[in-house]
Design a protein around this ligand. Structure first.
Ligand code: RP5
Length: 160
């Protein structure tokens, strides 16, 4: 929306205004939401961003924790579909509740990435079991430990 006195952005000569707006919406609107339980998860989870970028799939990334910021997780998950997201990738380590908590609040497909957090007692197996062992009716897909790239490949296949 324009504010008074603000000049509209120039429209490329080769496109109609409608075509330009559609291009911008397609380029900017994220299709994949990438969330993770801690800032310490970011380095591993960024592999998903690289893979999605290579495939030309738009994404957004945010840190939120099922245990430390449960209200934010609920708010984000409930709004995800109406914001245009189509798949959510959720990475977490230790008692990895984030993917399941997201899935409890949205019917979008959720792909969990179990992370071998530095304080894990089981090298990520603890997180893998927490993510995969969901109750019937609330599914979460689960890729391998630290397999953020595979989560992005799976997201791309869901979107295809
Ligand atoms: C989990 O606890 C996070 O996903 C992270 O993998 C792990 C450790 O978090 P920090 O103590 O590094 O913030 O919730």
């Amino acid at each position: 929306m324009e504010t008074p006195g603000e000049q509209p952005a120039p429209v490329p000569q080769t496109e109609t205004a409608a075509e330009a707006a559609e291009f911008d919406a397609g380029r900017d609107a994220p299709l994949v939401g990438i969330v993770m339980g801690s800032e310490s998860d970011r380095e591993v989870m960024e592999k998903a961003c690289v893979e999605l970028d290579e495939r030309g799939i738009t994404w957004e990334m945010q840190v939120m924790s099922a245990h430390r910021s449960p209200d934010l997780v609920a708010q984000y998950s409930k709004a995800a579909k109406s914001r245009g997201l189509r798949v959510i990738i959720a990475g977490a380590g230790l008692a990895a509740a984030l993917p399941g908590t997201v899935a409890a609040h949205t019917d979008l497909p959720v792909i969990g990435v179990p992370l071998a957090s530095r304080t894990s007692v089981a090298g990520g197996l603890d997180a893998m079991l927490a993510i995969a062992q969901m109750p019937p009716g609330v599914p979460v897909a689960c890729v391998g430990v630290d397999a953020a790239r595979n989560a992005a490949v799976l997201a791309a296949r869901i979107l295809a």
